[in-house]
Design a protein around this ligand. Structure first.
Ligand SMILES: Cc1cc2nc3c(=O)[nH]c(=O)nc-3n(C[C@H](O)[C@H](O)[C@H](O)COP(=O)(O)OP(=O)(O)OC[C@H]3O[C@@H](n4cnc5c(N)ncnc54)[C@H](O)[C@@H]3O)c2cc1C
Length: 624
């Protein structure tokens, strides 16, 4: 096994990892290495949406905003710690301007003001966008800047384990090269863990197919997590993965289901919603009420998600958007006033959905054409898909794990958000976390000088992890079957619908799968897929176990997850939004507990001289 000794290791090269590496270099940390599956992997560079949103402090005209007001909006989503909300708000402008200064083309006016728009769970116009591919534009700018800064990037590697010393200190990671099978121990003073959200856990997923995420590695090592059950789900096409939000549904396509072979087409919405005008109006509304939201499940647009889910998951049928024909008995004049008004103002009164879509958003049609799907002719297969995890690993206000020192989870793998978050807050949180972790690492390394890492102990742990991984790759299981199994289970039991009667058995089955994988292993030909399966299986056990605990606690339905009890949907119980659900593996069992959420630190007048003095003395950082 080769080894490298670095000051700072960054695992993952999405928008968060790249930002962390660049900040570390800028702050004077000399030896920074990024280890990654590849610069073209991950969610950030591969994904987008109608208008992919970046959420930030309001910076336009005389619309007032402040770190505290923004923190309040983040905090109001529920089950989010107030100090983290304040950090994400306070550093928002600085991180946004950093991207602007790297030439990410965020729109501004002739005076340099950054115009914004209102996004979901927002109270004012704080959101901005570069178009469908905001996070890709961020990644490309960050890759260029890292190249210019001379950051070393190791591509083609799959990190299998963290190196965690007995004193619960992270000392780097071990990685296996996907093509050659070579092993590498990366010994690091500090490790930024930027491996993205848990995309590989679900069958119905709009995360890019290439992205699996690796939270399981840190969970297995004992890093504390919070808010694991809080995810966001919404309707997306699945052949080419893309959210069908905005104009795709505002054009009011026909929803049709077929059997698995594509026969027996039926307009299934009409069974549950006999009023055709309601079907059309709810379909329209779903366009801008995109994520599945339990508050809209009874009488609102989220009924569409539920019916799509039932058709796929309970009836085993396939569901499509048909842009060539209107829904049955569609009449423009009988649409809701809101829908009619919007379509008229958008010049979209045409006869068919595809004509309306072309009138409103021709790029939306071109996007699918570029991926081999002609909406003029083809049906578009959809599902209600997992899109984002608000929860993840827990960190302090410097994004350092509180159970494994020197490990900094940033980006989507950091679970700073709770039940709901404003659209676009994920990208802001990733940039803020990267910046905070880098600042903390640079300050700590400057203060303590050369690292006092016990290299012998680190190498010993690394060798033990590699030996275990090698054993895992000397077995018999079918990695594809296991991957399909865990994804099926997560979509069926840990997705938008959570059946109280099934969740405990699902968590037990998840644990059994993880145990069986560790015991029986995969043939060596499985390579990094086998190693990936081990941590995915662990993660799916942790997620299902946390969901089971949450349901048992009586939280009821909230956010983007509807809990089903013996008498149907369980309403949300009061009080839980003031708490945060923590999860931790103690080496044998997963332990869950509710803790009160920390409040937003009070807004004070502050006093320049005292704050300056504390800053100069380095007293803003935790004591070593
Ligand atoms: C369809 C869709 C639309 C979205 N729209 C928005 C939006 O409008 N606004 C918003 O704020 N957010 C949005 N999000 C969420 C947002 O895009 C993600 O949260 C964010 O891009 C994640 O960035 P990241 O850097 O944390 O992770 P990623 O970009 O996923 O990067 C993870 C990196 O880690 C690497 N990696 C993972 N495991 C390993 C391993 N074991 N070894 C080596 N490398 C590893 C990967 O290869 C990759 O380089 C959307 C997400 C989706 C799926």
């Amino acid at each position: 096994m080769r080894r490298r000794r670095v000051q700072a290791l960054v695992i993952g090269s999405g928008a968060a990892g790249l930002a962390a590496a660049l900040r570390l270099k800028a702050l004077g940390v000399r030896e920074v290495v990024v280890v990654t599956e590849g610069l073209q992997h991950g969610t950030s560079i591969n994904t987008g949406s109608d208008k992919q949103t970046y959420y930030k402090l309001g910076l336009y005209g005389d619309e007032p905003d402040s770190p505290h007001q923004l923190a309040r909006t983040l905090f109001d989503g529920g089950s989010m710690h107030g100090d983290l909300a304040l950090v994400e708000a306070a550093c928002s402008d600085r991180c946004f301007q950093h991207l602007v200064n790297l030439n990410v083309p965020f729109p501004r006016d002739a005076y340099g003001q950054f115009i914004g728009y209102q996004t979901d769970h927002d109270t004012r116009r704080r959101a901005t966008s570069c178009g469908p591919y905001t996070s890709r534009a961020m990644c490309r700018a960050l890759i260029d800047a890292n190249r210019a800064a001379g950051t070393e990037v190791l591509e083609g590697w799959g990190v299998s384990d963290l190196i965690v010393l007995k004193g619960r200190r992270c000392a780097g990671a071990v990685a296996r090269h996907a093509r050659t099978g070579r092993w590498l121990a990366l010994l690091a003073d500090d490790t930024v863990f930027a491996v993205g959200g848990p995309g590989g856990l679900y069958r119905d997923s709009v995360y890019p197919a290439v992205h699996n995420g690796s939270i399981g590695i840190a969970l297995e090592a004992g890093a504390r997590a919070q808010g694991l059950p809080e995810s966001q789900y919404g309707m997306a096409s699945i052949r080419f993965r893309w959210n069908v939000s905005g104009s795709y549904l505002q054009a009011v396509p026909r929803l049709v289901s077929t059997d698995t072979a594509g026969n027996d087409p039926r307009e299934f919405l009409n069974d549950a919603l006999p009023d055709p005008d309601e079907v059309a109006s709810l379909t329209f509304l779903k366009g801008y009420q995109w994520p599945f939201d339990v508050r809209r499940a009874a009488g609102g647009s989220s009924r569409i998600d539920l019916l799509v889910h039932r058709e796929r998951c309970e009836r085993g049928r396939r569901v499509f958007l048909d842009f060539q024909r209107n829904p049955a008995r569609f009449a423009f004049s009988r649409l809701s006033a809101e829908a009619r008004d919007y379509l008229v103002r958008s010049g979209a009164r045409q006869r068919t959905p595809i004509e309306r879509l072309c009138a409103m958003n021709p790029d939306a049609v071109a996007l699918y054409a570029a991926h081999g799907i002609d909406l003029h002719r083809d049906l578009l297969e959809i599902a209600v898909c997992a899109q984002h995890n608000n929860g993840g690993l827990a960190g302090d206000i410097w994004y350092e794990s509180d159970t494994i020192a020197h490990l900094y989870p940033v980006g989507e793998v950091n679970g700073s958000h709770g039940v709901a978050r404003p659209g676009g807050a994920a990208l802001n949180a990733g940039q803020v976390g990267a910046f905070r972790a880098a600042e903390r690492i640079a300050a700590r390394q400057a203060a303590t000088g050369a690292l006092r890492l016990d290299e012998a102990e680190a190498l010993h742990v690394a060798a033990a992890r590699v030996a275990a991984a090698r054993r895992l790759l000397g077995g018999t299981r079918d990695w594809r079957a296991d991957r399909a199994d865990l994804r099926e289970r997560m979509t069926a039991c840990g997705g938008m619908l959570r059946d109280a009667a099934r969740i405990v058995a699902a968590a037990a089955a998840a644990r059994n799968l993880y145990t069986a994988i560790c015991r029986d292993g995969y043939p060596s030909a499985a390579g990094n897929h086998g190693l990936m399966n081990r941590q995915l299986a662990f993660a799916h056990w942790a997620y299902l176990s946390a969901i089971a605990f949450q349901i048992e606690s009586g939280t009821g339905s909230r956010g983007s997850a509807l809990v089903l009890g013996p008498d149907g949907p369980v309403p949300e119980a009061a009080g839980f939004r003031g708490q945060v659900l923590e999860t931790r593996f103690d080496g044998r069992r997963l332990r869950h507990r509710w803790v009160p959420r920390r409040p937003i630190p009070p807004a004070t007048d502050g006093w320049f001289e005292t704050i300056w003095a504390r800053f100069r003395a380095g007293a803003i950082y935790p004591k070593p």
